[in-house]
Design a protein around this ligand. Structure first.
Ligand code: URA
Length: 238
């Protein structure tokens, strides 16, 4: 149980500074559990609270855990330079509450990207000690041969990496597509592994993290959803 003042609740959800939120509330622009309350210092139970800002309804969330179906030509870096950032695909209050991508996908990689404002969650998910398998489907320039699959499973040497890096599993999908599962998240890892195995990645999509499958979320490219506790549990290593 956590009682918070209305201005603090709105601020914590990314709707602006405390002063700005107090003004919104005083102006009658916010309803809490269906009722307009103009006293911004009134305290209410935040857990399970529904509130509407300019008529748009939101649920109070201490933290947000989001899955995005990332389209191509969006950057994961905070200061996007050549393409728009992935945060532009989410409601703007998420930027104000410091939602960040969990790890990175290249600007031209599509598929499942997790985002959150929960620092320890981001840290844990991105840590190399957290061996969560990530599933990618790569489209290749040259045909997918049994030799290519064998090389990726045996491990390839990448420039600047001490040992060789191997796929956890790898299988041919069709003549020019393979599914590769990795536990590490090195820079451009799939593309560099394919290049080291004498092929070239022409398109890359992340389809799954842990047991969380993008196709089961029903998101079109560019769409996002909140993840619930059961879906978050699918992200744990086995
Ligand atoms: N490997 C890559 O090469 N790029 C990505 O975006 C993710 C994994």
């Amino acid at each position: 149980m956590s009682k918070l003042t209305l201005d603090r609740i709105l601020q914590s959800q990314g709707f602006g500074t405390r002063k700005w939120c107090a003004e919104l509330i005083a102006d009658g622009e916010v309803a809490f559990n269906g009722k307009v309350v103009r006293d911004s210092r009134a305290a209410i139970e935040a857990d399970g609270l529904e509130f509407a800002v300019y008529g748009e309804v939101w649920t109070y969330r201490e933290h947000v855990y989001i899955a995005l179906n990332k389209p191509a030509n969006f950057e994961c870096s905070r200061k996007a330079s050549h393409h728009p950032g992935v945060l532009t695909l989410l409601p703007e209050q998420f930027t104000r509450r410091d939602v960040q991508p969990v790890g990175r996908l290249d600007h031209d990689t599509t598929g499942l990207l997790l985002m959150s404002d929960d620092g320890p969650f981001i840290h844990k998910q991105s840590s190399p000690k957290h061996h969560v398998p990530k599933v990618y489907v790569a489209t290749t320039q040259e045909p997918v041969t049994p030799e290519l699959v064998a090389k990726l499973l045996a491990g390839v040497k990448l420039h600047d990496e001490p040992g060789s890096l191997a796929a956890v599993t790898c299988r041919r999908v069709d003549t020019h597509r393979l599914e590769i599962v990795l536990e590490q998240g090195k820079y451009h890892q799939v593309k560099r592994m394919l290049a080291a195995a004498d092929n070239h990645c022409v398109a890359l999509r992340r389809s799954q993290i842990g047991m969380l499958k993008l196709d089961e979320l029903g998101l079109a490219e560019g769409e996002w959803c909140y993840l619930d506790a059961a879906q978050l549990a699918l992200l744990k290593p086995d």
